[in-house]
Design a protein around this ligand. Structure first.
Ligand SMILES: NC(=O)c1ccc[n+]([C@@H]2O[C@H](COP(=O)([O-])OP(=O)(O)OC[C@H]3O[C@@H](n4cnc5c(N)ncnc54)[C@H](OP(=O)(O)O)[C@@H]3O)[C@@H](O)[C@H]2O)c1
Length: 373
């Protein structure tokens, strides 16, 4: 990491970085990392904060600068404290490094470098413009905040969210195959909101044959949302020519494989950086067993079926010591929320070693990769 200087941070900057890390949790996980920013006045006073609300929206730095503009706050001579190196690329929202320079901010403190090639280099641009740049404050915390995202970027694969709509007894369909709708209308709305944010949605062949789903993102009134994910079906069998999922908009892809890693690399090649795996149970089990799930969203309905399709098929686990452990995730609206009659549970791969011999899904106790996460 460039620009790191031991003891180079004031008490106000340390406090501001804590607040920026907390602010970052307001955003959703996905194609972009969680990022928070706090701006301090020349006297160290907190002026404004901002955070990133997901792909296509303003970055945390731009959000904070906008807040300042709205409140009539002059940022000349201010310090920006941010959890990730400011970006350097025009992208969909303009380079943050330039926005910081234009705002008159004279010092930037950031936690970790941006690993993403097109975005990296913001620190260099800032330094070249005469901004005082210091990196490495709370680097461990910031890396942990986006651990799965950094892993996905390094592996050159999309960030993977798994979505499960299940009964209290972990069923996703009844014996006769009916599954619409296990979830409350509020959960369905939430799910369609997510579909509007992701790049691709993926199901197995069997789900297509049984449910004939549309897999589109729809508004509460049923109208198609402005942003539609690529609809992917994974499996060796052909997708029927009249399957609804094919649609007419060209946003359909068949992934003729049973290997989750191959499916993800095919989707990455299509430009997908955030994939939501929606089922059914064999597909969910395959991604989880491979250690290729970065985020788990479970809609838990207060309903019992007693039989039917289990949420997950075999994960290959035969003893408790091999169980996958997950951590509750406070990001993006919290770990547990009520959605109508349902509970929405939000989790990320487990990290804590206490009480667990096998802390990280897809990795053994010694930390060597067994699945690929
Ligand atoms: N409640 C919910 O949220 C929800 C969501 C989705 C589905 N569902 C329900 O889930 C049920 C379908 O689940 P399911 O488990 O029977 O089927 P599935 O997981 O949807 O699809 C299984 C098929 O996917 C293909 N496949 C691709 N990769 C695979 C892999 N690694 N391992 C195994 N199969 C792989 C295989 O077909 P090929 O022979 O073509 O390779 C396999 O037969 C339906 O009843 C549906 O209603 C519920």
């Amino acid at each position: 990491m460039l620009f790191r200087r031991a003891g180079a941070f004031s008490e106000a900057e340390v406090t501001a970085m804590d607040a920026a890390l907390q602010a970052a949790l307001g955003g959703p996980r996905g194609a972009n990392p969680l990022v928070g920013a706090v701006v301090l006045g020349p006297d160290g006073r907190h002026l404004v904060s901002g955070f990133h609300r997901g792909a296509g929206t303003a970055h945390a730095e731009a959000d904070a600068i906008k807040q300042a503009r709205l409140q009539g706050i002059n940022l000349e001579g201010a310090t920006m404290v941010v959890t990730l190196e400011p970006c350097n690329h025009a992208g969909r929202t303009g380079p943050c490094s330039q926005a910081i320079i234009d705002a008159g901010i004279t010092r930037v403190v950031y936690a970790v470098d941006d690993p993403h090639d097109p975005a990296a280099g913001g620190a260099r641009t800032l330094t070249a413009a005469g901004v005082d740049v210091a990196a490495g404050l709370a680097a461990g915390e910031a890396a942990e905040l986006n651990r799965e995202w950094f892993d996905a970027v390094a592996a050159k694969r999309p960030f993977v969210t798994v979505h499960i709509a299940q009964t209290l007894d972990s069923r996703i369909a009844a014996v006769d195959g009916t599954s619409q709708w296990i979830s409350s209308p509020e959960s369905l709305r939430d799910n369609h909101g997510l579909r509007g944010l992701i790049d691709a949605i993926l199901v197995g062949t069997e789900t297509v044959l049984v449910d004939n789903p549309r897999l589109t993102a729809r508004d509460p009134d049923g109208a198609l949302a402005a942003s539609q994910p690529l609809r992917a079906v994974m499996g060796l069998r052909e997708v029927p020519a009249d399957a609804t999922v094919r649609g007419t908009d060209g946003r359909f892809i068949h992934l003729p494989t049973r290997d989750p890693a191959e499916a993800l690399s095919l989707l990455f090649a299509e430009g997908a950086r955030h994939v939501m795996v929606e089922g059914g149970s064999r597909i969910l089990g395959a991604f989880l067993a491979a250690g290729l799930v970065d985020e788990l969203i479970v809609y838990l309905a207060p309903t019992l079926l007693g039989s039917g399709t289990p949420a997950l098929r075999d994960l290959g686990i035969t003893t408790l010591a091999d169980a996958q452990h997950w951590d509750w995730d406070d990001a993006g609206g919290g770990a547990v929320r009520s959605l109508g009659r349902d509970l929405r549970l939000h989790l990320r791969p487990g990290r804590t070693t206490e009480n667990h011999e096998n802390p990280t899904p897809g990795k053994d106790a010694a930390g060597s990769v067994t699945g690929g996460h």
